[in-house]
Design a protein around this ligand. Sequence first.
Ligand SMILES: Nc1ncnc2c1ncn2[C@@H]1O[C@H](COP(=O)(O)OP(=O)(O)O)[C@@H](O)[C@H]1O
Ligand SMILES: [Mg+2]
Length: 313
Amino acid sequence: MRHPLEAFGPVLMPDAAMEPILAKPVRAALLEWLEEIWAKAELEEVGLNARMRAIFTGPPGTGKTTLAHHLAARLGLPLLIVRPEKINCRYMNASAEAVGKLFDMVAAQPEPIFLFFDEFDSIAAKRMGSGVNETIEQDHNVTINALLAAMDRFEGFIVAATNLGSRVDEAVWRRFEIQIGIDLPGPHERQRIVERYIAPFVIPKAALAALAHSLETASPALIRSFCEHIKRQIVVGPKAGWPMDRNAVIERVIATVKPHPDIGLPRLWSLGLKDKAVPQFPWPLERDLAAYPVDEPVSAGGDVVPLRRGRSA
Ligand SMILES: Nc1ncnc2c1ncn2[C@@H]1O[C@H](COP(=O)(O)OP(=O)(O)O)[C@@H](O)[C@H]1O
Ligand SMILES: [Mg+2]
């Protein structure tokens, strides 16, 4: 059944959420936030509010959307991913009206909703005043004012994500009580990301470290895509009669999985088969049946507290 809020973008339920692999300080900050939310009632007793709004900044494919879904799931709430094109309209005042309608509809739901603004810079770009196109500028200012007013009234959770924090209007930015930067993964995170997405296959430690080194500057999304293409080759290749030696497979994978041109080219792509990680890449990959399923449930992971459902309010 379609959720009525899907007029603004997809609504994701808690059950399908996955925990992104993040650097330790980011994980610690998020856990602190969750603890604060779970202590909402106790905080209110001493006259304090739990913070309800966060903005995530960082390059594409680093897990911002995944993280928003994960957080909503940890709170037992459905996540509405507001798509910017459902807000941005060409007609005068239409974007501001869409903002008002969105917040009114969310507030009118029988159940609380976790509100997530994706590509937030395209909704909440800085107000202008350069006079290049006065009508467009005025209309945008009206939208920003509507957003500020709606955010001030809204009592639920709001998370926004952007690749470009500097493009977000300052007054809007200040409405977010928590700002979290999600960077490209470091060597340790890259290893964990490979392990997750190459499962049920396993790569021994030394080869894993070499591969992670060659994947420097790769986003988690790219690493996921690389690993999944390897697995796809392993399954489909023999049926299709493709050459299945290590170099042939890796060459086919790096030919079709390309990093975004704005991000530095990881060594594996710039050096290709000459990369040191290639001869170290174990082949054929060994399969560990205990490593299945690939996706960890939302409560998994030694460093997180168990999932608690329902509102603590
Ligand atoms: N930190 C991460 N850990 C594990 N998987 C990730 C991570 N970041 C991204 N991914 C995977 O990459 C894909 C894109 O992630 P997404 O959350 O949409 O990134 P963003 O919103 O930052 O652009 C998803 O399939 C997700 O599973
Ligand atoms: Mg995203």
